[in-house]
Every structure is written in C-alpha cells, then in structure tokens.
Ligand binder design. Structure first.
Ligand code: ZN
Length: 152
C-alpha cells in the first residue's frame, strides 16, 4: 500500500543527494531550525519532516505517530536504513542499556539526571564529565523517560 502518490515520491526523491562513500542520504530541500529536513505536501497537511516522509514511503503510516529517530545522528539524513520508529529504537536501547549502564553508579545516574538540561548541559558534556560515551548518557536519559532526542 502506497502512502503517497507517485508524484509526491518522485518530488521527494529528487531532493535526496547520494554522495559517494557517504553512508547517509542527505536532504537537499529546506531544513527547519533544528536541522531536520522539511518537505511540503500540499494535499497532506502542508509541511512534513523529511525523515518522517522517508519512513512513510517505505513503511506506510507511522504507528501511533511515534517519533522517528536517526541511528546516524544526522538530522538531515533520509536513508531508511538509518531511521527507526520509537518502539524499535526503544527495544534496541533496552537491549543495550544493561550493558552500558553498569559503568555508572546509582549516584552518578541521579547526578546525570539532575544536571541534564537540553541544549545547555547536554549529552556531550555529561559524557565528558562522567568519562563514558554519549550513548551511555543517552541510555540513562532514555531509561529515565527523558526524551531529549525524540522528534515530536
Ligand atoms: Zn544517516
């Protein structure tokens, strides 16, 4: 079942750059203030986030309008292999959280949650401070229900 018309899909695909030796598919269309690609579909509500459109082109409707996340952390990327709906992402994180969080004590985890301020005291700073990788901080925030990285 096609979610969009062939015309819309063609128009969408014309705005994707496939760069040799570059794993992401870069969005050439407009971007919003947060760096996410945007794509206008006049007869389907106007402006959409390009990565969400890419997801729908391949998978149909997004279940319960969940967040669609970039595994590559490149917000302008529209490659379907780099996108996942939130439930899928949650499962992956849950599987890896156990392995990552053991590096931190309970006290450190509550400290991280206290310190975290989106875009001010973010994952990168926290990762440095606690000498862990950013994914560990993300796992901590995720586990605590802080959805810093979710596109609403
Ligand atoms: Zn990507």
């Amino acid at each position: 079942m096609q979610f969009y018309t062939a015309e819309t899909i063609n128009r969408f695909e014309a705005l994707i750059a496939y760069i040799p030796f570059h794993s992401c598919y870069e969005w050439l269309g407009p971007k919003n203030a947060n760096g996410y690609g945007t794509f206008t579909i006049r007869d389907a509500g106007g402006q959409h986030l390009a990565h969400r459109v890419a997801y729908r082109i391949h998978n149909g409707a997004i279940p319960n309008e969940l967040g669609v996340l970039h595994s590559c952390n490149n917000r302008a990327c529209v490659r379907i292999e780099h996108l996942m709906a939130d439930t899928q992402a949650r499962n992956m994180y849950d599987a890896s959280v156990q392995g990552r969080m053991y590096k931190l004590t309970k006290e450190q985890i509550s400290e991280i949650l206290k310190l975290y301020v989106p875009y001010k005291y973010g994952q990168m700073k926290l990762a440095k401070q606690f000498a862990v990788c950013e994914n560990t901080i993300m796992a901590v925030l995720h586990r605590a229900g802080v959805r810093s990285w979710r596109q609403r």
